[in-house]
Design a protein around this ligand. Structure first.
Ligand code: ADP
Length: 320
């Protein structure tokens, strides 16, 4: 296995115009950042697996089929009768920014437990090159303990850990608690991907050099990636940093761009096939460029997984 991820997988309902009768229509899509990252990787030919939980309901079956259709190993996706699949309703703000309301009582994804990890950990995480996680699974127990157990398993097997905190304020009981747990998650990570807003939230500064150094030094991170929307992205590896401009595209929907970016970066990292400490600055720049193109192309189509580009399309632009 190249990359195993742990985390939420849910259904997003997004506004999709109105019916002829004037009723608001909603479009149903698979959501959840870890699954998006895996889908990007699997589109590039990587072997991926997701560990998560869904309800034994229509939505859970749909999500399993989305994973399978996207070439993601779903043997670690547990389907349980005692809870429903988590649903998220997407609200579009005046400037197209998205916010979410979640329906969870709790949702099945939050019921993933440390015991579940015992059953699939060694088999899936233990045999991977990279273990990836986000922070929605840290918001509530027992999924929080499951995440710690999975991280210990990854560490125990000497596997690289990738982390996208992907702060969704609405899901946390409080912001101080969110910060504390997100930073605790960082202690297990090697590679961390943040937005500038997240960098500022966690370090108190939006200065890329300063904020990334603070995190890398304090939490022993080997790579800090910061996404900058249309401007491109930034990378710190040890004392080296680089910023690579984004490519120009006509963006129609930025959903999943950050996940696609990280999927692209991890693909380039696996392709390089050497420890991150041995990557040259040129290699680091090229990896950011590959990831930028993957993220940018994802903004040119609607949705997250359906908008992911094919490897050939990324390579055509990458070679220019
Ligand atoms: P997130 O905030 O979800 O982490 P971003 O919106 O910053 O993600 O997008 C991730 C990456 O995708 C960016 O770093 C950039 O490389 C690319 N990207 C996003 N939006 C655009 C855009 N409008 N034009 C070009 N590239 C973009």
């Amino acid at each position: 296995m190249d990359v195993t991820a742990l985390g939420e997988i849910l259904i997003d309902f997004s506004p999709a115009g109105s019916s002829p009768q004037g009723n608001r229509l909603l479009e149903q899509n698979a959501g959840g950042a870890p699954a998006n990252v895996l889908a990007a990787l699997s589109r590039f030919g990587r072997k991926t697996a997701l560990i998560g939980k869904v309800g034994e309901d229509e939505f859970g079956h749909y999500l399993r089929s989305v994973l399978v259709d996207n070439g993601i190993d779903a043997s670690g996706l547990m389907m349980i009768p005692e809870a429903s699949t988590t649903l998220a309703f997407v609200h579009l703000g005046e400037n197209g920014e998205r916010s979410f309301s979640f329906v969870q009582n709790p949702g099945a994804d939050q019921l993933l437990s440390a015991k579940d990890i015992k059953e699939v950990g060694d088999l899936l995480i233990g045999q991977s090159s990279v273990f990836h996680f986000g922070s929605l699974s840290l918001t509530h127990e027992p999924a929080r303990s499951a995440t710690w157990a999975a991280l210990k398993c990854a560490r125990g097997h000497g596997i690289k850990v990738s982390y996208d905190p992907n702060l969704r304020e609405a899901l946390w009981p409080g912001l101080e608690e969110a910060k504390r747990l997100i930073l605790e998650g960082m202690r297990f990570a090697d590679i961390v991907k943040l937005s500038v807003e997240e960098l500022e939230f966690l370090t108190g500064t939006s200065n890329l050099e300063q904020g990334s150094r603070q995190l890398a030094e304090e939490y022993g991170l080997s790579v800090v990636l910061v996404t900058l929307g249309a401007e491109g992205s930034f990378c710190r590896r040890g004392g080296d940093t680089c910023l690579v401009e984004g490519i120009t595209v006509k963006a129609v929907d930025t959903t999943g761009a950050g996940d696609a970016f990280l999927g692209g970066w991890l693909h380039a990292y696996l392709e390089a096939n050497k420890p991150e400490t041995e990557l040259s600055l040129d290699e680091l720049r090229n990896m950011l460029r590959f990831a930028n193109i993957t993220g940018a192309l994802t903004t040119t189509r609607k949705g997250a997984i359906p908008a992911l580009p094919a490897l050939e399309t990324v390579l055509e632009l990458y070679k220019e």
